[in-house]
Design a protein around this ligand. Sequence first.
Ligand code: ZN
Length: 308
Amino acid sequence: MSKPNLFPFPQFAFHADTIERAAHLRGDANALAARERQTNARALIVCRDALLLRQNAGEVTFSPQEARALGGDGPVFLGLRGEMPWFAYALGEEAAAKLLAGGQFIAADVRALALEGVVPIADLSAVAVAKSITQWHLRHRFCANCGNPTTVAMAGWRRDCQACNAMHFPRTDPVVIMLVSDGERCLLGRQSRFPEHMWSCLAGFAEPGETVEDAVRREVHEEAGIRCGAVRYFASQPWPYASSLMIGCIAEALTTEIVVDHAELEDARWFSREETHALIARQHPKGLIAPHPFAIAHHIMVHWMNGA
Ligand SMILES: [Zn+2]
């Protein structure tokens, strides 16, 4: 690979959280207003499901005053990096359309920004939080209990219903992502939406009432017909599409005969360590590839390949 790896383990995308959330400040409106006026305060502006940037700017943040002047709603208090407060603002559709039409600003896809190294790795986690939580606000304007409009509370970390007093908190959806191994081989799958030739770990949402281990065993059996025994936690990765938490695991296969559920997967098969190495190194004779180091799946595969 000619390009340097921008996402080495354990500092991969959305994993290097360098902002202290300072949750004790969320209920203190005066303290937050003062923080917002600090000259070193930084603001991220989320526009649709992307980040608003100045055209040709090397910088992804604005001042809170700029964010408000551009029409940003909020803010959500993201936390402190040292003495530097970070906030997130959301741009409504009308303001977004106007700004984007002007040509001075662009709405940049977070994944593309990360892969191109535009967003420093230390800032990516803040971008992920900003994207997840502003999108949560957009989708949860009404009370799920009684249907009345809700209002923002706790610096963006809660929505309250004045009609029925229900409090609503930002959601995180747990997803298990697992490398299954029978010792010498690992089980990888392909979804039809994957880039061409890419093979990756199996994955799926954990369901209510399920442990992580049970979710791993169920998903692997549903998608590939393999029964798993021991499940070991590897690492996790916040995944802001929209608000998932990828829980990376390595699972021991108890059976080896694959039965692919074609509603979920295009294909699944076993890969030897040598072949897995070729996928990761992008030297596979058939051009097959592993996911980019941006994603946790890449790191689980490397970890197993190195003898886990
Ligand atoms: Zn309500």
